[in-house]
Design a protein around this ligand. Sequence first.
Ligand code: SF4
Length: 140
Amino acid sequence: MKKILVSACLLGYNCKYNGKNNLNEKVIKLKEEYEIIPVCPEVFGGLSTPRKKSERLNDKVISEINEDVTVFFNKGAEKTLEIAKKEEPSFCVFKENSPSCGVNNIYDGSFSNNKIIGKGVTTELLENNGFKIISELDLI
Ligand code: SF4
């Protein structure tokens, strides 16, 4: 069976910043065709759950209480890349809008619910290493 890497929150893991998940039935259905490897870069990076909401701002990631959490996000991205290199997934399905996993859009760093075109830290690193990433919103 071919493998895919999937944002763990889309599979129902409660690893989202608020301790909840983003369970998505279309993503669950992929289990019929692929071996699923769940990843949560923010947990891999050492952040606790629940945790403060964070957004990318230029080359940093800042939490809603203005802490610079870039190092945790970079560490999580590196760990996810390590897993991707080992597992060689056909593609990855990542959670849109997340500062780690966003594929087409992210929040703009102002914590005012504005989205901009951009990618999460992990998505960017994996794409730069040749991995194909799609957003859960692009699943048919
Ligand atoms: S880092 Fe990715 S997998 Fe983890 S909760 Fe955020 S969107 Fe989901």
